[in-house]
Design a protein around this ligand. Structure first.
Ligand code: MOS
Length: 745
């Protein structure tokens, strides 16, 4: 018997509830559903970056063994949700203007799908796909962002209050008149998400108007909405299953051409079609962190007070869809600068559409801002930590509101202690160990503590177990585990007797797993649903035993076969009796912020990352020797999975700083880095032990649980911490990522 008391499970490092399934292979990912009559789809991509298809020869492919269909724009069935061709696709559309696959003869990027081969085995589909021959009328393409024309995003044109619109407080570009100023340009290249599990979908038309998708997605209901719309179906006729997702980092926050293609292939063949992208196709078809140019001008007084900042940015989008992200958000609120201007632009190039990648725009913006902070600190001959403290903000300088909570100073202190910041020398190159130069650097990160609406259902089963359901996904952070802990504490029930089911569009409402918002949103709904279930059980038990009528919900206790009351063992109602009532032991609860606190406070998670690097004087090799990541993310629900998140984000930051770089050969508009031999990500040997520190103070304004979110701040600020450490080691300021050895020797 468990009694309700202080949190026992929230905060503990509970093992993942699905860990056993994952390590034994029992967990089923979207490409692992074997349906009767299953067929396999393989995409053929365009070999030019822009133009028109002038001829397509599919005869050999169609006649190859086992081939069921070759779908192209010449024979693809009408997809009711696609817009009529003729609408000028060269005009950037707002987000929602997704690529309409096999819709017309236009080529908008290299590797755009031009055909889908469906066959009875994967091998036969792959073979036949190689037999499809296309000819093109090429048009001049542009894949170099720095040469493309930039423009204000449509949403900013339409709404001057949009976060993408130009922003100014005080005087614009006031830094130019400052006596002490830095002015620098920064570039981050295109980076790719590359989760372990490649994108895959199994599309199954269960009837002419009923579609089931086993799909890699971060949002089952968003995917359902997209494809219900594409096929003009009622949403309830589309079912999306994503019980397990093997990482995503943002690239499953959008619906992509391969998903549309598999659904078309299933329609044409009348068989369920499985389509899994190859690793090569992961470079071209499912988004990326956009190549971004930035410029920062900053001025300060001799005693280290920032007087002005101007931060400009141009990010990449595609020719057919406008992608925007919050590259400049951190600059507007992080430091106390009386004069501040931000200007965000995008430029359309002939590549596929980017998508948020971990930390999204803030991670890009923080590279520039936190590098500029380091440059300014060096100019002022100030410790960069001291410089940040002198410009610390006790309220949001953008919205002029108090923070809901902010424990960034605690993070600074904890991180400085743990990295050994006092060993740092102001003068670069002052620390040396043999042929290795040592340096220390820091970078700050922040991300909005977002909370939306979610519904969770909770049901008492005759066995005394409780089943909760929600449509949220778990792309790897351990959502099911955290939700189980929250329910366990709220219900006063052993976590082993709780099941949290997720990853199906038919479950109660949830948004996508993105923007570090799942625990803030779904976690609170789980707590609310658990409380509501207790109260409902108490009321329904009162029919069998009057003592329940006047009891407090928190006094309800679950035993093996009965519901009873704390301190009153005589009050007993058997589950079997209780559940005989109609609608017994079931609640469906919607939980969302009332908005009052959101108006009153600015809500952010904060992080600071400290790096110790060693740079080899002869080869320019950079080793990250130690990383300390400290976070003010509110209440930590699971110290183990939360620390896992921080470590994973930090390793992603190492990749951003030192390795990740998708290279396009602009002559052909085609990526030349198309596998892990050329596109480098950190491996085990590149990643040091990452030390994680959580302030673990609840934020009472985001939600009752006190959580603020971790996923993004784990990465935001890591790359500049490493770049700043490299400067401290070598005196070389690298403003274009990644910091490869050629930039240091
Ligand atoms: Mo994250 S970039 O919100 O998956």
């Amino acid at each position: 018997m468990k009694e309700q008391a202080q949190p026992k499970h929230i905060g503990a490092g509970m093992n993942r509830v699905d860990g056993f399934q994952k390590v034994t292979g029992a967990a089923k990912y979207s490409a692992e559903y074997e349906l009767p009559g299953l067929a396999y789809g393989v995409l053929v991509g365009s070999t030019v970056a822009k133009g028109r298809i002038t001829s397509l020869d599919t005869k050999a492919a169609a006649g190859a063994p086992g081939v069921l269909a070759v779908v192209t724009h010449l024979n693809s069935p009408k997809v009711p949700g696609f817009t009529p061709s003729g609408k000028d696709p060269s005009q950037p559309q707002t987000v929602g203007g997704r690529l309409q696959v096999f819709h017309d003869d236009k080529i908008r990027f290299s590797d755009q799908p031009i055909a889908l081969v469906v066959a009875d085995t994967l091998e036969r589909a792959r073979y036949a796909a190689r037999l499809v021959k296309a000819q093109y009328a090429k048009e001049a393409h542009q894949t170099n962002l720095l040469e493309a024309k930039s423009f204000l995003p449509t949403q900013a044109k339409q709404n001057p209050k949009s976060p993408m619109a130009d922003y100014q407080r005080g005087q614009g570009d006031a830094y130019q008149g400052g006596a002490l100023k830095v002015e620098s340009e920064y570039i981050i290249p295109t980076e790719m998400h590359h989760p372990m599990e490649m994108q895959s979908i199994t599309a199954h038309w269960e009837a002419a108007d009923r579609l089931t998708l086993y799909d890699k997605t971060q949002g089952t209901q968003g995917t359902r909405r997209d494809f219900a719309k594409e096929w003009n179906l009622p949403e309830e006729n589309v079912k999306v299953v994503a019980t397990f997702v093997g990482g995503a980092f943002g690239n499953a926050l959008h619906s992509w051409p391969h998903e549309s293609a598999a659904i078309i292939g299933a329609k044409v063949t009348g068989r369920p079609v499985k389509l899994m992208l190859t690793r090569e196709q992961m470079f071209t078809l499912v988004g990326y962190r956009p190549y971004t140019w930035q410029k920062i001008g900053m001025s300060a007084t001799a005693d280290g007070k920032i007087t002005a900042i101007t931060h400009e940015s141009v990010g990449q989008t595609s020719s057919y869809e406008e992608f925007t992200e919050s590259t400049l958000a951190q600059t507007r609120m992080m430091y106390q600068a009386p004069n501040l201007a931000t200007r965000y632009r995008i430029a359309a190039v002939d590549v596929s559409t980017p998508i948020w990648m971990r930390g999204p725009g803030e991670a890009t913006g923080a590279f520039a801002l936190e590098s500029a902070m380091d440059e300014m600190a060096y100019l002022l001959k100030l410790d960069p930590l001291e410089f940040r403290l002198r410009n610390y903000t006790d309220q949001d300088p953008e919205k002029n509101r108090p923070w809901s909570t902010k424990f960034l100073k605690e993070c600074y202190q904890a991180g400085a202690d743990r990295i050994g910041w006092r060993k740092r020398q102001l003068q670069p190159g002052a620390l040396r160990e043999g042929d290795w130069l040592l340096g220390y650097g820091m970078g700050v990160g922040t991300f909005g503590a977002h909370r939306g609406a979610a519904q969770v259902s909770a049901r008492l089963l005759p066995t005394g177990r409780v089943l909760l359901q929600c449509a949220t996904t778990d792309i790897g952070p351990g959502t099911g585990t955290a939700m189980t802990q929250i329910a366990a504490d709220t219900l006063g029930l052993d976590p082993a007797r709780i099941t949290f089911e997720l990853g199906q569009s038919g479950f109660p409402k949830a948004g996508s797993q993105g923007g570090s918002s799942t625990v803030n949103t779904v976690g609170q709904a789980v707590q609310d649903a658990s409380r509501a279930l207790l109260d409902k059980l108490r009321q329904q038990a009162a029919a069998g035993n009057a003592a329940f009528g006047s009891a407090a919900p928190a006094d309800v206790v679950f035993t093996d076969k009965h519901l009873t009351l704390k301190g009153n063992d005589a009050a007993r109602v058997a589950y079997a009796d209780l559940l005989r009532q109609p609608d017994a032991g079931f609640v469906l609860v919607e939980s969302k912020p009332d908005g009052a606190d959101q108006q009153k406070y600015s809500m952010y998670s904060f992080s600071v990352h400290f790096a110790e690097v060693a740079v080899h004087v002869l080869t320019g090799e950079v080793r990250v020797r130690k990383l300390v990541s400290c976070a003010d993310a509110g209440t930590i629900v699971n110290e183990k999975t939360a620390a896992n998140q921080m470590k994973g984000g930090a390793v992603g930051g190492i990749g951003m700083a030192l390795m990740e770089h998708a290279i396009i050969d602009d002559r052909y508009g085609r990526y030349v880095t198309k596998d892990f031999a050329d596109y480098h990500v950190p491996v085990h040997a590149d990643a040091p032990a990452v030390e994680v520190y959580f302030v673990n103070q609840p934020d009472p304004h985001v939600n009752a649980l006190g959580t603020k979110g971790i996923g993004e701040i784990a990465t935001i600020g890591v790359a500049p911490a490493i770049a700043n450490a490299v400067f401290n080691a070598t005196g070389k300021r690298v403003r274009e990522l990644p910091i490869t050895p050629d930039k240091l020797v």
